[in-house]
Design a protein around this ligand. Structure first.
Ligand SMILES: Cc1cc2nc3c(=O)[nH]c(=O)nc-3n(C[C@H](O)[C@H](O)[C@H](O)COP(=O)(O)OP(=O)(O)OC[C@H]3O[C@@H](n4cnc5c(N)ncnc54)[C@H](O)[C@@H]3O)c2cc1C
Ligand SMILES: NC(=O)c1ccc[n+]([C@@H]2O[C@H](COP(=O)([O-])OP(=O)(O)OC[C@H]3O[C@@H](n4cnc5c(N)ncnc54)[C@H](OP(=O)(O)O)[C@@H]3O)[C@@H](O)[C@H]2O)c1
Length: 463
């Protein structure tokens, strides 16, 4: 039997477990390291790893049928938009159902991942151990390192400031004057919740948004018009359909007191809320434009008005970071890390990324497809395009994304759910053909050791 390369997976969130399952079912030796005592990452409320952004009331905003893995449906008893506890439980059962829990090393963080001169990876764990692998899969998540306003707003603020990442529930905001900053999904959920208990909730955003409902015509919005050909439909056509649905189902955001968005529908990461527009319409929340200055107990906005504020919740997004890499080797300044179809690094052949994307739609089926793709590659069933074609593909994809989306650090790795899956299917077939033409060979040679991760001491320290 051909020996296969050994793999280290960093993280057992929904992306890491999808990758682990793909390697497990293809017989590829691997070890998956997880800081926490359980799988599920962000979806584990109060996660021991201290990295989860889940708040007490969090429900998914992509419907469950669009979020579930293709071969493990969520129970029919689940609602369309389940609570985080349902979702965390689902991930837990996935691991047992496919039988790879024993391949996950819990309560063990990867502190450093170094690429040796011979190309193997040396992985240093927080237990003090060091192991080496032929390949690395990075699935450490990208919604755990809070981004505070950069640069900070001028002036100073005397009240309390927190980031959405640390929001748990609305109790600390009872009877207070709260300013929520941003118009992404964290801002939606948090502003709605504080508006029920605060003396006043104000939402400040530097641009408008098409706030999408969860349902339209009685069905989850992300399920409407979806079939196996959706991915082949050009974005221009889908944009027209989405725009028409929005006009009929919601109307104009200006009528709810929001500014006219400076972009078209689908040209910003979707902001989804069933309640936000209602709270504005009920007068229980007020919109303000961007902040111009913090003035002690009050905040001045760009329209020249000021508001007295006790607490600011910055819902200003997240930074993409890999604390275990030397940032001269791999980093994502301003959240930007160019990759081939969000998986393959253009110049390092044995590092792969899973879940490092922002879909219009759910992440999990995409992570699942990425895991299968990497497994096919590691087994010698898929060959990458030649380096020039690969670089061109990355460039083409980036140009299309940056042209379509509003310039913002949140729009550096956007993909359309169905288009991505459809294109990946085509790419897999093209890569299988390339592999046949080149003559089957493992793209990553198994050199680290027999079995997954060998103790580094056996081979000597990395040079
Ligand atoms: C509030 C909120 C709501 C969201 N809602 C949705 C939604 O409705 N639908 C959707 O599709 N997406 C949603 N997302 C996006 C979210 O990123 C994904 O749902 C999902 O959590 C991505 O999974 P992941 O495995 O990539 O990352 P994570 O869930 O962040 O998991 C990463 C895992 O890696 C582990 N890890 C990290 N570093 C190390 C290390 N050095 N060593 C060992 N282990 C490590 C962590 O402990 C963690 O378990 C939401 C995000 C947020 C913040
Ligand atoms: N219920 C749910 O399922 C749920 C809930 C919360 C979050 N999420 C997901 O979690 C991820 C993160 O969402 P998020 O809302 O935390 O972050 P996000 O999508 O990155 O949004 C950040 C928001 O903050 C704004 N912003 C950034 N810097 C700013 C600054 N200096 N001043 C003013 N505004 C600033 C951005 O505006 P610009 O556009 O101008 O940059 C944007 O409106 C997303 O994938 C989201 O879908 C899901």
């Amino acid at each position: 039997m051909t020996q296969l390369p050994s793999v280290c997976i960093i993280g057992a969130g929904s992306s890491g477990i999808a990758a682990a399952k793909a390697l497990h079912e293809r017989g590829i030796p691997f070890e998956c390291f997880e800081k926490s005592d359980r799988v599920g990452g962000n979806w584990v409320f109060g996660n021991k790893n201290g990295m989860s952004a889940a708040y007490r009331s969090l429900h998914i905003n992509t419907s469950r049928r669009r979020m579930e893995y293709s071969d493990f449906p969520m129970p029919e008893s689940y609602p369309d938009f389940p609570h985080h506890s349902h979702i965390a439980d689902y991930f837990d059962r996935y691991v047992d159902h496919f039988g790879f829990r024993d391949r996950i090393v819990f309560e063990t963080g990867v502190e450093r991942a170094e690429r040796r001169p011979d190309g193997l990876w040396t992985v240093a764990l927080d237990t003090g151990e060091t192991r080496r692998y032929d390949a690395l899969i990075v699935a450490n998540g990208h919604h755990w390192d809070p981004r505070w306003p950069e640069p900070a707003y001028p002036g100073s603020f005397d009240g309390e400031q927190s980031h959405a990442h640390h929001y748990v529930d609305n109790r600390p905001f009872e009877g207070r004057r709260v300013l929520v900053v941003g118009i992404g999904n964290s801002a939606m959920d948090i502003a709605v919740e504080t508006s029920f208990v605060s003396e006043r909730t104000i939402l400040s955003a530097r641009r408008g948004a098409y706030v999408l409902p969860k349902y339209i015509f009685g069905r989850p919005l992300d399920e409407i018009g979806v079939n196996r050909f959706t991915g082949a439909v050009p974005w221009a056509v889908r944009k027209r359909v989405l725009g028409a649905l929005y006009r009929v189902g919601v109307g104009k955001v200006e009528d709810y007191g929001l500014p006219t968005p400076d972009h078209g529908i689908g040209e910003a990461h979707p902001t989804i809320s069933a309640d936000f527009l209602n709270r504005l319409a009920h007068g229980e929340m007020t919109y303000k434009p961007a902040i111009s200055r913090l003035e002690g107990g009050s905040v001045r906005f760009e329209d020249g008005t000021t508001e007295e504020v006790d607490a600011i919740v910055w819902c200003t997004g997240y930074k993409v970071t890999f604390p275990f890499f030397d940032e001269r080797l791999i980093s994502a300044p301003d959240n930007d890390l160019p990759l081939f179809r969000r998986v393959f690094h253009p110049s390092i052949d044995n590092v792969f990324f899973v879940g490092l994307l922002q879909p219009l739609g759910a992440v999990m089926p995409l992570s699942e497809a990425q895991g299968r793709w990497i497994a096919a590659h590691l087994r010698g069933e898929y060959a990458l395009p030649d380096p020039a074609a690969l670089a061109q593909d990355i460039e083409r994809e980036r140009r299309a994304m940056f042209t379509r989306y509003v310039a913002s650090k949140r729009h550096t790795m956007q993909v359309d759910f169905d288009t991505y899956l459809w294109a990946l299917g085509r790419e897999l077939r093209a890569g299988a053909k390339r592999m046949r033409e080149r003559g089957f060979a493992l793209p990553i040679e198994p050199r680290a050791a027999a079995g997954a991760g060998a103790a580094e001491a056996e081979a000597g320290a990395p040079s």
